[in-house]
Write a protein that binds this ligand. Structure first.
Ligand code: AMP
Ligand code: GLY
Length: 424
């Protein structure tokens, strides 16, 4: 079997390393891939959003399955285009990918089907949005661009002036382009955050083990948001009782709602949850595997991922018994100096072996390239150092111990992954 992975981050590297454990795959291509991925797959120089290029490559190389990992090609309809050509593809079609690509769509879906989420209003007119904020007069208040915005489309405003500036920047200055034609203004809610990824075949939903992301750049959850600076699995706040409640009130109703709306979801559906005093609520849906959640969830998967992928595409998930191990897993992201702002590229990374790995941990490459035989930095998030152990503390100790071996100019990382105090 020949597989083509679409994407270039740590998530794609984790997916590829897990797929390589399956005895069913002979060859993995990754488009466009990165330096570290080249140790585990053959990189192909096609942009992740190049639908025509991807379809043509899959045809020319008799690819049996295309795995579309990032949000933008899904929203652009890459899975639809592949299927039209008779090529098997993992991921939702464009209609189902709206669950992430349009916050107006997902909020209206939750409202219609009574799925718990923060209260909200939708605006397509800036003046009406600003007068709503003035009348509402409750802060903080959350302002979200409707469309995809590289994970930066959410602004939490502390007062009227900040909220007004946020609305103007999205709707008038168009800092997120067309994604800001509509906005959602949302009630601010609090509680520990939980990421639950799930496999969905349009009818059946099978949650994976839980995880927790750390989105802010600095220790103590301070500073600007990033793509994610580290993850742990399981999420310490996600009890069996809460999991059961989420299954009944959120996961099953969401999958049923998508089916009722005529856009059944097939792929990985990511539930971004907040455990509030009034119960779990959906903060956001993603139509794909999370990054860096995938890096701590997949190492715990015992079932062959190829069997699961086939069951998702064929609609036979209900016949599969998916098994996880009991280990805890921790991933600490090493980022370039200056990230999430501007940063240098091309810094030589020292401490990795000839396969871009390090003994005792798995190093998922997010933003690396190979230059003159060296692994060098090529992105904001560079590496995800990931350890598994019986307890979360042990996994974290191992990851942090091994990180001492790795260095590059400007390297920064959080020292408190998995150890942030939560006060309700
Ligand atoms: P998102 O890009 O939708 O994941 O949002 C980014 C982050 O903003 C989330 O992880 C939350 O920490 C925060 N956030 C989003 N919506 C709300 C809300 N209604 N209340 C409080 N925090 C929120
Ligand atoms: N880690 C959050 C995301 O993948 O969107």
């Amino acid at each position: 079997m020949k597989l083509l992975m679409v994407g270039s981050g740590g998530r794609e590297h984790a997916l590829i390393r897990k797929l390589n454990e399956s005895g069913q795959i002979d060859k993995i291509y990754c488009a466009p891939g990165n330096g570290g991925i080249s140790f585990d797959a053959e990189n192909v120089n096609i942009a992740a959003t190049d639908i025509e290029g991807m379809v043509a490559f899959a045809k020319q190389n008799s690819v049996d399955l295309v795995f579309v990992a990032p949000d933008d090609p899904l929203a652009l309809g890459m899975v639809d285009a592949l299927q039209k050509e008779g090529i098997r593809a993992f991921g939702p079609d464009a209609a189902a990918a709206r669950i992430e690509a349009s916050k107006v769509f997902s909020k209206n879906l939750m409202k219609k089907y009574n799925i718990p989420t923060a209260d909200y209003n939708v605006f397509d007119d800036m003046d009406k949005a600003i007068s709503f904020i003035k009348d509402n007069n409750t802060y903080p208040i959350v302002i979200k661009a409707d469309g995809l915005a590289l994970g930066k489309g959410v602004i939490i405003a502390a007062d009227f002036d900040e909220a007004k500036a946020a609305v103007k920047s999205i709707m008038e200055d168009k800092i997120f382009g067309k994604s800001g034609n509509n906005i959602v203004i949302e009630e601010f809610i609090t509680g520990p955050e939980v990421s639950v990824l799930s496999f969905c075949d349009g009818k059946t939903v099978v949650p994976m083990v839980s995880s927790m992301d750390h989105k802010r750049i600095f220790d103590g959850n301070k500073g600007p948001n990033t793509g994610g600076m580290g993850t742990v699995s399981p999420n310490p706040f996600y009890t069996d009782e809460i999991a059961k409640q989420c299954m009944e009130e959120i996961f099953i109703p969401t999958v049923k709602a998508m089916e009722s709306e005529g856009c059944p979801f097939k792929g990985c559906l990511y539930f971004g949850l907040m455990l509030t005093k009034n119960g779990p609520k959906v903060i956001e849906y993603n139509s794909r595997f999370g990054d860096p959640e995938t890096q701590v969830v997949l190492p715990r998967l015992k079932t062959d991922l190829v069997d699961i992928v086939n069951a998702v595409i064929d609609g036979t998930l209900d016949k599969l018994d998916i098994q996880w191990d009991d280990n805890a897993c921790a991933c600490v992201v090493l980022a370039s100096g200056g990230y999430p702002g501007s940063y240098n590229k091309g810094e030589v990374i020292s401490g990795l072996d000839e396969n871009g790995q390090l003994c005792g941990v798995t190093v998922y490459h997010a933003g690396t390239a190979i230059k003159d035989g060296n692994v060098v930095t090529a992105g904001g998030r560079v590496l995800g150092v990931t350890a598994s152990a019986k307890t979360l503390d042990e996994a974290l100790d191992t990851a942090y111990d091994r990180i001492n071996k790795i260095s590059f100019n400007g390297m920064q990382y959080r020292k408190d992954i998995g150890r942030v105090e939560w006060k309700q």
